[in-house]
Ligand binder design. Structure first.
Ligand code: FE2
Ligand code: ZN
Length: 314
């Protein structure tokens, strides 16, 4: 892609227009000439701005350049150990701006909140969108739409899974219940009305995982039925600091939480891949399939998978 196309796209997608949403992006307006596009996924990267994070960031830059990635998705735990204190917190520079410096990583970033972000100032993570040329978090949960050159629509639904993950937690449940219920009805309605060829849901907590945190029963109860009913192709999460691909009832569950460090992940009957190495994911959207690639901190390919549509034409 010529650089001027990239700049045009950045101008079109940058902040506000892209984030605010989404559903109004005119068909094919951003990239009418391209049949496919790629984006990157990284999670749990705010770990003390470590050398591990910097290595993954460098590898992401290489991959983003090679694949002309359109944007970056963050699966949360963006800032450790207690989120950020405000939009002027030095952590923005230390853990984000001065780390993801490659030109190819200057497009929009679409993040979700993790449990560590919730320990800090959540409003500041939203408000930073106004101060940044790339950070694009319009709300705690939101949707974003892209259009392939073929006209096929790709829709991403970004969740705040902390309230959802606490269901069944006694006293805590009652605290989170109202926001969880509101968010679930929003997601259900949004998935039901979406005409996208590809629906991808992003959250911090895993639905299924073979890592230290394991499955999240509350999310299996609340999210899985929606994914099954509304033909969601993939759920992408962090929280467990590793890379995993688990397929349950035709839905791909992709853990991408080793943006700075790695914790062990086991195999299960339903897991097709797991790796306890720092890394990230490249997702290539095409009209007929989603191509998923996990890469390590030297941009070496660890695993590739092809995800077919859940149902033809829907
Ligand atoms: Fe984490
Ligand atoms: Zn977490």
């Amino acid at each position: 892609m010529p650089i001027n196309t990239w700049l045009t796209r950045r101008a079109l997608l940058a902040k506000g227009l892209a984030a605010a949403s989404a559903a109004v992006l005119p068909s094919g307006s951003a990239v009418p000439d391209e049949a496919s596009f790629s984006f990157l996924v990284v999670g749990d990267w705010g770990h003390a701005h470590s050398e591990g994070q910097r290595k993954v960031a460098r590898a992401m830059g290489m991959a983003a350049r090679r694949d002309q990635a359109r944007f970056v998705v963050s699966t949360g735990d963006n800032f450790y150990p207690r989120g950020v204190t405000g939009v002027t917190d030095p952590l923005w520079r230390k853990a984000f701006e001065s780390v993801y410096v490659d030109n190819a990583l200057q497009g929009p970033w679409y993040p979700v909140l993790g449990n560590h972000d919730h320990k800090g100032n959540v409003a500041a993570e939203r408000d930073y969108s106004a101060a940044s040329s790339r950070w694009s978090m319009p709300a705690d949960y939101y949707r974003h739409t892209e259009v392939l050159g073929s006209g096929n629509v790709v829709e991403l639904f970004f969740l705040d899974t902390l309230p959802l993950s606490r269901a069944g937690d006694g006293f805590i449940t009652r605290l989170f219940e109202p926001s969880a219920a509101t968010q679930l009805s929003w997601l259900s309605a949004a998935l039901a009305e979406s005409k996208a060829t590809w629906k991808i849901v992003v959250g911090h907590h895993p639905v299924f995982s073979t890592g230290p945190h394991g499955n999240t029963p509350a999310l299996i109860a609340s999210l899985k039925p929606l994914f099954d009913r509304y033909h969601v192709a993939a759920y992408v999460n962090g929280h467990d600091h590793n890379l995993q691909h688990i397929i349950v009832d035709g839905v791909s569950y992709l853990t991408c939480g080793s943006g700075a460090e790695a914790h062990p992940a086991a195999h299960s009957a339903e897991s097709t891949f797991s790796a306890a190495v720092p890394g990230f994911m490249v997702v290539k959207m095409t009209p007929s399939a989603i191509l998923v690639t996990f890469l390590d901190s030297q941009a070496r390919v660890l695993y590739r998978a092809t995800i077919p549509p859940r149902t033809a034409g829907h």
